[in-house]
Design a protein around this ligand. Sequence first.
Ligand code: ADP
Ligand code: MG
Length: 211
Amino acid sequence: MVDSNDQTAAVLEAIEAITERIESEKQHLIDLDSAIGDADHGANLARGFEAAHEETADMADADPANVVKTAGTALISEVGGASGPLYGGYLEKVQDRGDARVGDKTMVDAIVPAVDTYRKSIEEDDLHPLTALSKAVDAAERGVEFTVPLQAKKGRASYLGARSVGHQDPGATSTLFMLEELLNVASEHLEGDIDRDATSPTIPDEESEDG
Ligand code: ADP
Ligand code: MG
């Protein structure tokens, strides 16, 4: 079991890794958002995570939950766009806040399959947390691909109507980057290896009768 200090260290490392990843993908996210939005997603998130990183820099002795909360508050206050309050309000609440469903071409299309896959991997398939997280990353990746043919129903991209079809959603893409960084950091903090051959949990939507 990891103790609270190690959990805090892992959360701080994750914030740092995500901040660096978002910084290095800034232009990529800006390019995606310029196709179906207003070209600020990369800059928004880079600014937000830089603030989150700064605000949490001295929190090595804090409770891990407080670190997450401080980072979320920094994201909300620094990111002007839709994605700030959505990410800052913690991933699970994204759906409540943004009122987007799977299929609306938003970050929800990456988050929901990732969270569902993680839960099912742990609760039903009893997989190791790293294996579960790795499957969640795979599910998010499929979710990002799934956004390409969709017409946007929420956010700025929805103003484009049918012209939003054929473009990858920026927010789903940044979600994937964050999850990949979480997996990297988690694999340094948790014992054990990712089992690539573990039972592949079906995505809840696709669950068959006999599954
Ligand atoms: P803005 O759209 O205000 O410029 P960003 O560019 O930072 O903000 O973020 C755009 C991303 O936010 C979109 O690609 C989409 O994934 C996500 N998004 C927009 N509206 C919603 C919503 N209502 N629910 C969930 N995600 C949303
Ligand atoms: Mg934007």
